[in-house]
Design a protein around this ligand. Structure first.
Ligand SMILES: Nc1nc2c(ncn2[C@@H]2O[C@H](COP(=O)(O)OP(=O)(O)OP(=O)(O)O)[C@@H](O)[C@H]2O)c(=O)[nH]1
Length: 408
């Protein structure tokens, strides 16, 4: 009686969550993150338990064969769903059909050649193996494609290992005691059903939580980036800067404001699309030139920014020069034109600043330097360094000039 109630509850959970996964997958519009697969997995397992209730006990019948096939197919579908969640484009219906045909045939063969105990033991043994593979995949995921979901993945691996162990015990019990081990109200079967009910209650909300996490991460990513160049936008730069300065030993930062010269002319001559191609090219050069850990962003139409973290003034000015030189040298291919396009940039460098709240001030100083650079003829780097850095830079430049003269 207790077992029947437990299995009844289990069916209700599995089938309700199958509907919920399906509804969620419909709302995700094509990017279902495996929710449609989880719906099918839950449906298969829910139907298998419905058939078990209808059967009452072990028997050789069509219902029993279908029950075993659905039970075994469900972990395969859950595994495929997990692969989908982690971005692998695995198919569903073909592998599912292959499992259904192969396992149904295998059941007939085993029942005919080895008898009913072997067929039931085969289901427990193969389920134990499949859940073990699933738990191993999750552990592998923690170390590779799901590093950001460490706690969740460890939790899943532990839960799935539990069901693998219970199936392995059932397999041994079947081999030792035969079909008596499957009596629904036997103690072991009760433990098995309680654990399955626990899983069916805990796992689906956890999966929904994972989807929610992925979606909110994606939204945060989109909100922090410029859609055309994928560089950080102003909000993204500010957030990343706050994160940098929250670290205990964060050093000072410098801001580089970068503006494409005569961009209106490029737009007017080659068209808006070519203008967009130039902006994407500048973004690529900027991203390739800054050091790892520095921040690169687009903060307006043809205005870009780089924030150099933990760098000294001399290094920053050299970086700005490298960036200016790279832009000047590179030709940009333009659709519909044989002649590649060339363009230059002007860069304004701010003094060192500490704290995200100082960004506005640095922006003003870099902007003033940029304005001076534009007025002085464009295609140049103009600095707004503090007096100490200014003197250091002048001394370094003088020494470099002396060395050049000496070599000359
Ligand atoms: N193609 C394209 N053009 C843009 C975009 N955003 C802004 N613009 C254009 O960028 C041009 C900026 O022109 P100005 O501010 O006059 O600057 P400029 O021509 O680069 O002149 P200087 O900065 O003084 O060298 C305007 O014509 C804007 O329409 C964009 O996303 N794509």
């Amino acid at each position: 009686m207790v077992a029947t109630i437990l299995v009844g509850m289990l069916c209700a959970h599995l089938l309700c969550f199958a509907v919920m996964f399906l509804l969620i997958s419909k709302r995700l519009h094509g990017k279902t993150m495996g929710m449609d697969f989880f719906a099918v997995g839950n449906l298969l397992l829910g139907l298998a338990y419905v058939l078990q209730l209808l059967e009452g006990g072990p028997a050789w019948s069509v219902m029993s064969v279908v029950n075993h096939t659905f039970t075994l197919a469900s972990p395969v579908v859950f595994w495929l769903g997990a692969m989908r969640f982690f971005g692998h484009a695995v198919p569903l219906w073909r592998p599912l059909l292959a499992v259904v045909v192969a396992y149904t045939s295998l059941q007939v063969l085993v029942q005919w050649s080895l008898g009913p105990v072997a067929r039931y033991a085969m289901l427990s043994g193969m389920s134990a193996l499949l859940f073990l593979v699933m738990a191993s995949t999750v552990v592998y995921g923690v170390r590779t494609f799901a590093k950001d979901l460490y706690a969740e993945m460890v939790f899943f691996a532990a839960l799935i290992s539990g069901i693998s162990v219970l199936n392995a015990i059932k397999f041994l019990k079947l081999l030792q005691g035969g079909l008596v081990a499957l009596q629904m109200d036997a103690n072991f079967q009760l433990v098995f059903y309680i654990y399955m009910s626990f899983l069916a209650t805990v796992l689906p909300p956890s999966i929904v939580w994972l989807v929610l996490r992925r979606l909110t991460d994606e939204l945060r990513h989109q909100a922090a980036r410029d859609p055309m160049t994928q560089l950080l936008n102003r909000r993204g730069l500010t957030d990343a800067l706050k994160q940098h300065f929250n670290a205990r030993h964060a050093g000072a930062a410098h801001l580089l404001l970068i503006d494409v010269d005569h961009f209106k002319h490029i737009n007017d001559t080659y068209g808006h699309q070519a203008g967009d191609a130039v902006l994407c090219h500048v973004a690529q050069v900027l991203q390739a030139t800054v050091r790892r850990g520095d921040l690169a962003g687009r903060i307006g139409g043809e205005e870009f920014a780089a924030i150099c973290l933990d760098a000294d003034a001399v290094g920053v000015v050299h970086l700005a020069e490298r960036l200016r030189g790279a832009m000047e040298r590179q030709a940009i291919p333009v659709d519909g034109s044989d002649q590649p396009l060339r363009c230059t940039i002007t860069v304004g460098v701010s003094p060192a600043f500490v704290g995200a709240q100082a960004l506005d001030g640095a922006m003003r100083e870099a902007d003033a330097a940029l304005y001076r650079g534009k007025a002085a003829g464009r295609n140049r780097v103009e600095v707004a360094l503090n007096p100490h850095d200014q003197a250091l830079l002048a001394a370094l430049n003088a020494s470099a000039a002396q060395q050049t003269d000496a070599i000359g």
